[in-house]
Design a protein around this ligand. Structure first.
Ligand code: TA6
Length: 310
């Protein structure tokens, strides 16, 4: 079973408009509302590809109740810690003509040390019966930048593999606890290493540097072109098939979900990287973040190329 942790859960609302223009009144012609936040997208994709998952994290208010009920409705087990205030809305405004996505992410509720202690206990219990605990997304107000590092230590103490997908100071502090897997994008690994990544060679050196710090698997996603990865000292270049992207939001979450399933099922790293790339690409082909079609994955998988670099 794969547990996901979403410290700042959201209702993901996707608005379809013809062409989003600042300062103009838009009549939204299609609206979807889904339980979101990176970790919940990870759980939804895990379930869609046939894995077993439980979601935890923080929810608040009526929006929080919507999130929990929506997960109940799709049979995703969830054990959230309720905090004061209201869970946030994350808006994704999709221009149908340009296929451009504009995201507006609310800050969400403030959590207390007591809430974090309660969630830590919840994660301890879940980690005992999980192969992997995937922690994804931004920290809510009130959570210190050391939060992920503390949770990673708890997960490792209970014999599960910690995955971490976050950014900024939370990532810098998080890797000090040596998670098993991280998936920064180019900007995030630049911040992590304190220098801009000028080319792929520098990204590979950065991956080697992070692996040397004790992180077993490092994947740097490069958007539609694919990714660069390192696993236990070996580096890989993964080429993604080109597709007509409908909605790019959530591709990173789908990648994390597929890697977790692949590791849980003990696939080879090369098969796992190819599978995760096909699942992430399939996510871009649907209008909703965290939604993939199995037939898309099946068609895309043979088109993914995984090259060993060293
Ligand atoms: O990765 C996509 C997404 O999960 C959106 O659906 C939206 O929920 C956003 O990320 C939240 O990101 P954050 O880093 O604030 O947790």
């Amino acid at each position: 079973m794969i547990t996901t942790v979403t410290l700042n859960a959201a209702i993901d609302k996707t608005y379809h408009v013809d062409k989003f223009i600042e300062g103009v009144v838009h009549r939204v012609h299609n609206v979807t509302s889904m339980p979101g936040g990176k970790g919940l997208n990870v759980s939804r994709v895990i379930q869609q590809v046939g894995g077993s998952t439980t979601a935890t994290g923080f929810i608040a208010g009526k929006n929080g109740e919507f999130i929990a009920e929506a997960l109940d409705d799709i049979q995703i087990a969830n054990k959230f810690v309720k905090v004061n205030g209201e869970s946030r809305l994350c808006l994704n405004i999709l221009s149908d003509t340009t296929r451009q996505s504009t995201e507006l992410l609310e800050p969400g509720p403030t959590v207390t040390q007591q809430h974090i202690a309660e969630l830590s206990q919840r994660i301890s219990e879940l980690a005992k019966r999980s192969s992997i605990v995937a922690m994804s997304g931004s920290l809510p107000a009130g959570a210190p930048t050391s939060t992920y590092a503390d949770l990673i230590s708890i997960v490792k103490d209970h014999g599960a593999l910690p995955f971490l997908d976050t950014s900024g100071e939370a990532l810098i502090r998080g890797i000090q606890a040596r998670p098993f897997f991280i998936k920064p994008n180019e900007d995030e690994i630049s911040v992590l290493l304190g220098e801009p990544m000028k080319d792929e060679l520098q990204v590979i050196k950065g991956i080697q540097q992070v692996m040397a710090q004790g992180i077993s698997c490092v994947v740097v996603t490069l958007g539609a072109s694919g990714s660069l990865a390192g696993y236990e000292g070996t580096c890989y270049r993964i080429e993604a098939p080109s597709v007509e992207a409908v909605n790019p939001v959530g591709c990173g979450d789908a990648f994390v979900a597929a890697m977790a399933v692949a590791f849980e099922q003990k696939h080879s790293i090369e098969d796992g990287l190819a599978y995760a790339t096909a699942v992430a690409t399939a996510n871009a082909m649907t209008p909703i973040a965290g939604q993939v079609e199995l037939e898309d994955i099946e068609r895309l998988l043979p088109l993914v190329k995984v090259h060993v670099i060293n």
